[in-house]
Unconditional design. Structure first.
Length: 86
């Protein structure tokens, strides 16, 4: 009798795809968690950048000069090589 119920239970599980769907759902959930972790890391880095930039804005309101890289037009090097070479 016990063996009969075991075979019946196994036959019922084999006739359904419930376990395959459960495994697929678990894999999908794990993939989504990994993607979520990567996105949260990006958000963390962007937030750090925003905090640093907001400090610059506060300094500008106080009247301090701009920090950081100089504007592009100030970095151009002038040369005396304006003649055409043939």
């Amino acid at each position: 009798m016990k063996e009969y119920f075991k075979r019946l239970w196994k036959a019922l599980w084999d006739s359904t795809d419930l376990d395959e769907r459960a495994i697929a759902a678990i894999k999908e959930a794990k993939n989504r968690v990994e993607i979520l972790k990567l996105e949260l890391e990006d958000v963390k880095n962007a937030t750090k950048n925003v905090v640093e930039q907001s400090k610059d804005v506060v300094a500008a309101v106080k009247g301090k000069k701009r920090r950081g890289r100089k504007p592009y037009y100030k970095n151009k090097k002038k040369t005396n090589n304006n003649s055409k070479q043939n």
